[in-house]
Ligand binder design. Sequence first.
Ligand SMILES: [Zn+2]
Length: 169
Amino acid sequence: MPLRFEFAHFSIKNHRNFGVRVTSRAEGAHGLLKRLLKSRRIDLHTLLRAIEETLERLRANFEAHLHEQSSKKVLRYSDPVMAPLRYRVGFAALKLIAGQVDIANSFIRGDRPTTTCTRAFNFQYGLPCCHLIKRLKELGAQLNIKHLEPHWWLKKPVCLFDMLITMGD
Ligand SMILES: [Zn+2]
């Protein structure tokens, strides 16, 4: 992709990127590691310890977020159509879906004309769009975890094959 297109929304929306536009998470880890390393000239053992410390802090941070997002009920994400997703999907996904629920509700109320689905939202984010949500609501149905790409699931299904490979190490 030519560099000039990299930050242009019209360009990135044609790729499945789950809404990720920045590398701040990797940069945060890099910054943390740099702060732990006081000097540029260090021995390999010190570097390894610093990397381990960084990973440990990142892991603790991740666990804290996972616990919060898999146990806390957030009122603004509690439309009945979203109920089966509660505690199973992170806040970032719930926020994006809640936005689509709002649009679906305005279609249903007739506040705005129902648009034609281009599948662009679903394609870019791997999440259900307002058109699917509208249809589900009209059927009295709900969203389920399978409407979302596994990227968004807080708990991934365990792959027995992967487990056996790891146990063999
Ligand atoms: Zn749609």
